[in-house]
Design a protein around this ligand. Structure first.
Ligand SMILES: Cc1cc2nc3c(=O)[nH]c(=O)nc-3n(C[C@H](O)[C@H](O)[C@H](O)COP(=O)(O)OP(=O)(O)OC[C@H]3O[C@@H](n4cnc5c(N)ncnc54)[C@H](O)[C@@H]3O)c2cc1C
Length: 475
């Protein structure tokens, strides 16, 4: 069936009747959902479906299929690769599980939490904490990003170092498939070798093969103590040695290790209600946290003393109160180029083997300077996982020159990343933005296998078309 305008009108009136005024919003009411977080992608849709249950998600998907329309799923719209924006000519319904935001069970005996896909990451953290447990995934968009979006992008954040990313938390999933059938895989078994582990297919699949509607997730013991420190590195070359030292004492206590540039500190202190952590100024800082037993505070202080004796750091502070600690983590949350510079620049979410981060930053900054002399190379990130958020900016905010040379900068960065054995998408997914750039980075057979899975689960390419999967090579 074609997606002509009469057909689209029929589809819209059927969905509006099925879902009611709470469940269906016309395009004029959803302008903010048709632009992505960074303002890079703008899309259009026949309307926004807001189903209230898994059955309603299934009905929406079936109805769209009957009318030949695509379905793009959107959670909190905080994704950074454009995967949640319906771009293209096909008639498309935008679907969000925002009304499906119930936390159904916190099971302390099993240490699991079961929730619907539209719940926010922060709500999961709070529900776990009130049962004396930790829901570990945590990142700056926690108040808006949803469970479904976090699973679909396999989001990570500051605790990956110790607890792993979303993939390590998911024990079971419920998914609505492209033909509307519901797969109930909500099992909470830490061990289950009864065939393919299908839930893994849907984690990081960016809405391309199914819509996550519910999940059961692992909880962890709430650490009885934690301490945060902010240290000034003598030089970036000492990062690796500090990381090794921090990881070794006491084993497992290091739960976050974030690289922070002075350029970022200056910006966020100027722009927001954030106090400069120390008077010492260095080019690079590390924000690190130890969590676990009450002794971790002493261990952290001891680490700082050793790092100072070894000449790795020139100064450091250990947070001695909750507001002090909050100030340090707020500084980290506001470091994105969008927040700290009020602009977007050209951004890269890279993973580099941790021992090659200094080399990467040296090579990448030199490559950028050669292409556009007055551009600023801005880097921060979860370096304990090898994850660098690298942004190229014009500090004066005039991005015109930058736009012109952005393809050259991207080609240079990609080459350096690949040469160093890294990846161009550490945690934000491929979305619309990176799906072509990933070609050449992995063996073509991996893309063939991915396309085979997509064709098996969504043969008519209805779910998030043109997201994540690169086009097949021209024959
Ligand atoms: C300030 C800020 C800080 C961030 N920090 C980090 C970080 O430290 N670590 C990190 O990993 N990420 C980080 N992110 C990006 C992170 O990927 C997103 O915040 C999050 O994963 C997306 O959740 P969402 O609900 O907003 O999904 P959306 O942006 O709405 O969607 C993202 C993708 O998931 C798909 N999707 C959404 N819901 C579903 C569903 N129910 N079923 C199937 N597919 C679905 C969409 O189609 C799209 O492809 C950050 C983002 C921001 C804005």
């Amino acid at each position: 069936m074609s997606g002509g305008s009469d057909t689209s009108r029929e589809l819209v009136s059927e969905l509006a009747a099925l879902l009611g005024p709470e469940g269906w919003l016309p395009p004029d009411d959803i302008a903010d959902r048709l632009v992505d977080f960074r303002g890079v992608f703008t899309g259009s849709a026949l309307g926004l479906a807001r189903p209230a249950s898994t059955d309603e998600v299934s009905v929406v998907v079936r109805t769209c299929a009957a009318y030949g329309a695509s379905v793009v799923t959107q959670g909190g719209n905080t994704g950074l690769s454009g995967g949640a924006i319906p771009v293209g000519d096909r008639p498309t319904v935008l679907l969000t599980p925002s009304r499906m935001n119930a936390i159904e069970e916190v099971n302390t005996a099993r240490s699991t939490i079961t929730a619907q896909a539209g719940v926010t990451i922060q709500a999961l953290q709070e529900a776990a904490a009130s049962a004396d447990r930790l829901f570990a995934p945590d990142w700056g968009a926690r108040g808006t990003a949803t469970l479904g979006g976090g699973i679909a992008t396999n989001a990570g954040g500051i605790n990956v170092l110790r607890y792993g990313s979303m993939r390590e938390q998911v024990l079971g999933l419920e998914v609505v498939l492209a033909d509307g059938r519901v797969w109930d895989g909500l099992r909470a078994l830490p061990k289950d070798n009864s065939g393919f582990d299908l839930k893994q297919l849907f984690i990081a699949s960016e809405g391309t093969i199914g819509i996550v509607t519910r999940a059961v997730l692992r909880l962890h013991p709430l650490p009885s103590a934690h301490r945060t420190a902010f240290v000034a590195l003598r030089s970036l070359g000492d990062l690796d040695a500090l990381f090794a030292l921090a990881r070794a004492r006491p084993p497992g206590a290091l739960s976050a290790f974030e690289l922070i540039p002075e350029t970022g500190v200056r910006q966020v202190v100027d722009r927001f209600d954030i106090v400069r952590p120390m008077s010492t100024v260095a080019d690079w800082y590390v924000l690190l946290r130890f969590s676990g037993e009450p002794g971790v505070g002493d261990a952290l202080i001891d680490l700082l003393a050793t790092a100072s004796d070894d000449g790795l750091i020139v100064d450091g502070v250990v947070a001695d109160s909750t507001p002090h600690e909050d100030n340090l983590w707020l500084l980290r949350d506001e470091l994105t180029a969008t927040r700290s510079f009020g602009g977007f620049g050209v951004k890269y979410d890279l993973a580099i083997p941790p021992d090659r981060i200094e080399r990467f930053l040296t090579l990448a900054s030199a490559a950028v300077a050669e292409i556009l002399a007055d551009a600023l190379s801005y880097a921060f990130g979860h370096v304990g996982d090898g994850n660098i958020h690298f942004t190229v900016l014009r500090p004066d905010g005039d991005d015109r020159d930058l736009e012109r040379v952005a393809p050259d900068i991207t080609a240079a960065i990609d080459r350096i990343v690949w040469d160093l054995g890294g990846t161009i998408s550490a945690e934000h997914g491929l979305g619309r933005e990176l799906r072509s750039r990933i070609v050449g980075q992995k063996p073509e057979i991996e893309f063939e296998l991915m396309r085979t899975i997509k064709a098996a689960l969504d043969p008519d390419d209805r779910l998030n078309p043109d997201v994540m999967l690169p086009d097949p090579p021209a024959r």
